[in-house]
Design a protein around this ligand. Structure first.
Ligand code: RP5
Length: 164
């Protein structure tokens, strides 16, 4: 599979959330690499990762961070690859700090910001980018949607049979 996505998180404590992005992309047959890089504590390693990402063959970067979550924006500053940001919940402000830090990028350097703890959607969004030029991933996403609809309809059928 020629397409590779980088999943970067600010701390190992972000993994339980970010693993959802990794898992859904792997289910769709996308090669994923995961890294722990901090915008504040390892700024040089984080910027080097973003600078080298395109030439290393990455198609997109999913970046999750909590609190003063500058990681997605810093990565976006060093690459023109699409960067998808995941605000990690928790902490005294419940993740709204991370959400605002990630979503309010200045004009010219976008980060596609997901919901707080929205790592699953981040993985799916990266897959949708790859699906533009990869029929296998496109077919996998179509099947994912079909199964999702099927499961909602099955729940509805159960409710209808049981009554309210
Ligand atoms: C942790 O601090 C987070 O969940 C997170 O990702 C991180 C932010 O890292 P720095 O870039 O501030 O080091 O508590």
């Amino acid at each position: 599979m020629p397409y590779k996505v980088g999943v970067v998180m600010g701390s190992d404590s972000d993994w339980e959330t970010m693993r959802k992005a990794v898992e859904v992309m792997e289910q769709l047959g996308i090669t994923v690499e995961a890294r722990i890089l901090s915008a504040h504590r390892t700024p040089e390693a984080a910027s080097a990762y973003a600078r080298e990402a395109a030439q290393r063959g990455l198609s997109a970067i999913v970046a999750g961070a909590g609190r003063a979550a500058h990681l997605p924006g810093v990565l976006a500053a060093f690459t023109t690859l699409p960067v998808i940001g995941v605000p990690i919940g928790g902490g005294p402000l419940g993740g709204t700090d991370a959400l605002y830090s990630i979503v309010q990028m200045p004009p010219g350097v976008p980060v596609a910001t997901m919901a707080i703890d929205g790592a699953l959607n981040a993985g799916l969004f990266a897959a949708q980018i790859i699906a533009l030029s990869n029929e296998k991933v496109h077919a996998g996403l179509t099947e994912y949607r079909r199964k999702m609809a099927e499961s909602v309809l099955a729940k509805d059928a159960k409710l209808q049979a049981r009554g309210v």
